[in-house]
Design a binder for this molecule. Structure first.
Ligand code: THU
Length: 161
């Protein structure tokens, strides 16, 4: 038996420590909470995805009375990026969560399905890492690569055995 410890690197930044470009994408995610459709959870999530060509794609969670038919904010933004600009790598993805009348103090944590989609998006464009920014009122967590959010990934190479 061998034991492995899987580690991930993450940095926590104060707002004024972020770069201008990072703040721009986070601002889009924050603004997007207004476009969330969340009558069931009351939990608003906004997302912004900065593409290599400078465009920022927008997402907001979209719920449905048939609960599993809804979609998370970050997947809305990433799938819109793939549908509109399939040749553009995603440089940065930001997410902000809002509930009870305010943004969450701690950043929201993306669900497993969103992490899987982030990974596939990153892998689609070799040599382009996708930075992930999780906004919280107290700190913004920054991951240099989507891969840091999902160890032991399942990607297309795994299908080859
Ligand atoms: N949600 C997101 O949009 N992104 C996440 O990373 C976590 C959860 C949404 C899904 C659902 O509409 C609501 O938040 C409550 O789970």
């Amino acid at each position: 038996m061998k034991e492995f410890k899987l580690t991930a690197k993450m940095r926590a930044y104060k707002w004024d420590e972020l770069t201008e470009e990072q703040r721009r994408v986070v601002e889009v995610a924050k603004e997007q909470i207004k476009r969330s459709y969340c009558p069931y959870s009351g939990f608003h999530v906004g997302a912004g995805a900065l593409l290599a060509n400078g465009e920022i794609m927008r997402g907001a969670n979209q719920e449905n009375a048939a609960y599993p038919s809804g979609l998370c904010a970050e997947r809305v933004a990433l799938f819109a990026a793939g549908a509109l600009y399939p040749d553009q790598p995603v440089k940065k993805l930001a997410i902000a969560c809002y509930t009870g009348g305010h943004f969450t103090k701690e950043p929201g944590s993306p669900c497993g399905s969103c992490r899987q989609v982030m990974l596939e998006t990153e892998h689609r464009y070799p040599n382009h890492k996708m930075e992930v920014l999780l906004y919280g009122e107290d700190a913004t967590y920054v991951f240099e690569s989507a891969a840091d959010l999902l160890p032991l990934i399942f990607v297309s190479e795994n299908l080859k055995g």
